[in-house]
Design a protein around this ligand. Structure first.
Ligand code: ARG
Length: 572
């Protein structure tokens, strides 16, 4: 189906094109009319004509027959009011469409999304939470739009710290080390290794030798390294399960994967004349990057000790993603502190011709998670907060809330629901904040059934579903007519028809919060409708119409939540 927005935009475009080919009507939903086109003013300026006169010319040629009526307002806004006949037809099509009007991309792309990326033998912290939750929502949104998503979990599994980590593993004994790691005490393991490294010269010496053995491919060292990596990956997978994140073991392509490509990165940069030796290190100075003193900034590809760094594996990853995976778009869902690193890597890849201009490559940044004191979120003793601890705490709270509400569930069913609520609370709080903004991690607010929260939307959905459980007769979609006599019905109808725009806008801007805002607004429209328009007490055609609006609402909430990675249980 063609969405309401698209229908209006296409018709406006014809009229705008008549005055200037390709002029943007700038159509958006409005408070006053149902939709508003604001493109007249800019067009009038370009044509050096009075805006209201341009508006009048557009209206004359505008073919809105049976779709909407139009009025000029203010300096030249076009206010469009959709006709009931058109809404009726659109809702009929919506009811028959599993995708609720959301189109699939005409040209599906291969899209690499780099997200989560925790580090081996280090705890996943709240920074990884945002990357994981936002990255996974984007992956689901892209998939739903019909794109081919290739998730890449660029796990930190290589580098000098592995010398001390492996030696610590040897000291503890593999069995004991594995069990520490499997219960998720990754930071403890790392800390102990670090403190031995700092306090014992002998340990330091062994660690350094171990790094050399690792880089040299010594089989026993590699075996020990695998133990560390595998234990950590198993642990990360448990966290992903708890969060219901779609990342799987196949998506883990860590830094170490690119080792075999690093030499050619250096050789090809050298051949391209981009490599500069500086204090023993091999660097590229990409155009346009300077330090505070205005000196060119190096991207270090190979360190003076001969080891390759983080930048080298990122360069190799770009070559792999573009050259082998044939990515047409690449998203890096990584914290702001790495902005400069990524910009420099992208710039070098472009200069080396590894990243064609046709490939969209973006750093998808996000703000910080703050504690109740509005400072970086830490435990009371100042340590990083473990992700699992947060999820478990949320599940406990969900239990309490369910008990308070007098749930009649118990056992597995109750636990399952508590998990669904906990995930919704955590994910929605993260996704509904504008990506670049910080937010305060306040579990009480996040998990409440009231306000702009995940559990509120789940509850709104379950409440709509409950109407059908009580209705007595099976619901037959498709035989309703939408007269939309009550204002709240009309408002709900417009809300339902706006899902495709919300989805498209979230996709185009890489801002899942736009979908959250939409869903919250829809739930509120539903509440006004339900407060003023009796459903089960209505009769005949009116009952059928209202039930159909309820059905569409439940489906829109479920679909919207699902592309955000949030379950919509039928009963709460
Ligand atoms: N492991 C890194 C960290 O925890 C994030 C990796 C991001 N992805 C990338 N391709 N550099 O900070």
């Amino acid at each position: 189906m063609t969405s309401t927005y698209e229908t209006l935009r296409e018709r406006l475009q014809v009229a705008f094109d008549a005055l200037e080919m390709g002029a943007d009507p700038v159509l958006r939903t409005s408070e006053r009319g149902d939709y508003q086109a604001n493109g007249v003013m800019a067009l009038a300026k370009r044509l050096s004509r009075p805006p209201r006169e341009v508006a009048a010319t557009i209206i004359e040629s505008l073919d809105l027959a049976d779709v909407a009526t139009v009025e000029v307002a203010g300096p030249g806004f076009l206010n469009l009011t959709v006709t009931t006949e058109f809404l009726d037809r659109q809702l009929g099509e919506l009811a028959a469409d599993e995708r609720l009007g959301v189109a699939t991309a005409p040209n599906p792309k291969r899209v690499v999304i780099d997200y989560s990326a925790p580090n081996v033998a280090k705890e996943m912290h709240v920074g990884h939470l945002r990357s994981t939750v936002i990255g996974d929502a984007l992956a689901r949104i892209y998939r739903f739009a019909g794109h081919h998503v290739i998730a890449r979990n660029h796990v930190g599994d290589w580098g000098t710290p592995f010398g001390m980590l492996i030696e610590h593993l040897v000291d503890l004994g593999e069995q004991a080390a594995a069990s520490t790691l499997s219960i998720g005490d990754l930071d403890g393991f790392y800390r102990e290794a670090r403190s031995k490294f700092d306090s014992s010269d002998a340990f330091k010496g062994r660690s350094r030798a171990r790094v050399v053995a690792l880089q040299g491919g010594d089989p026993e060292t590699l075996r020990l390294w695998h133990v560390l990596v595998n234990q950590s990956i198993t642990y990360f997978s448990e966290v992903y399960d708890k969060l219901d994140v779609t990342l799987s073991a196949e998506d883990v392509v860590g830094e170490s994967y690119y080792n075999h490509l690093l030499e050619s990165v250096v050789e090809d940069l050298r051949a391209a004349g981009l490599l500069v030796e500086s204090e023993g290190a091999l660097c590229v100075f990409p155009e346009g990057f300077q330090n505070r003193d205005g000196e060119p900034l190096p991207l270090i590809v190979r360190k003076s000790d001969g080891g390759y760094g983080y930048a080298a594996s990122d360069l190799a990853a770009i070559r792999d993603r573009v050259g082998t995976l044939h990515a047409q778009e690449m998203l890096y869902v990584v914290g702001v502190p790495q902005a400069q690193h990524l910009e420099m890597v992208f710039a070098v890849a472009r200069q080396a011709d590894w990243l064609p201009d046709s490939v969209r490559c973006e750093h998808v940044t996000f703000g910080n998670v703050l504690g109740p004191d509005h400072k970086m979120f830490k435990t009371r003793s100042g340590e990083t907060v473990k992700l699992v601890a947060l999820i478990d705490e949320a599940i406990e709270r969900a239990f309490v809330i369910l008990d308070d509400r007098g749930t009649d569930l118990d056992g597995d069913a109750k636990y399952h629901l508590a998990e669904q609520i906990a995930r919704a609370a955590i994910k929605y709080a993260d996704l509904s904040t504008e990506r670049q903004h910080d937010y305060v991690f306040d579990l009480d607010r996040m998990i409440a059934f009231e306000g702009d929260t995940g559990p509120y939307l789940q509850y709104a959905h379950a409440r709509v579903r409950s109407i059908f459980r009580r209705s007595g007769t099976p619901f037959v979609p498709g035989d309703a007519h939408f007269a939309l006599a009550a204002p709240a019905e009309r408002s709900l109808a417009l809300g339902l028809l706006a899902l495709p725009e919300a989805f498209t806008s979230a996709l185009a801007s890489l801002q899942p919060h736009r979908l959250c805002t939409y869903l919250f607004d829809l739930a509120q429209r539903f509440t006004s409708f339900y407060d003023t328009c009796p459903v089960l007490a209505a009769e005949g055609a009116l009952r059928a119409e209202r039930l159909a609006l309820c059905d569409l609402t439940a489906r829109a909430l479920e679909l919207g939540l699902s592309v955000l990675g949030i379950d919509a249980p039928a009963q709460m």
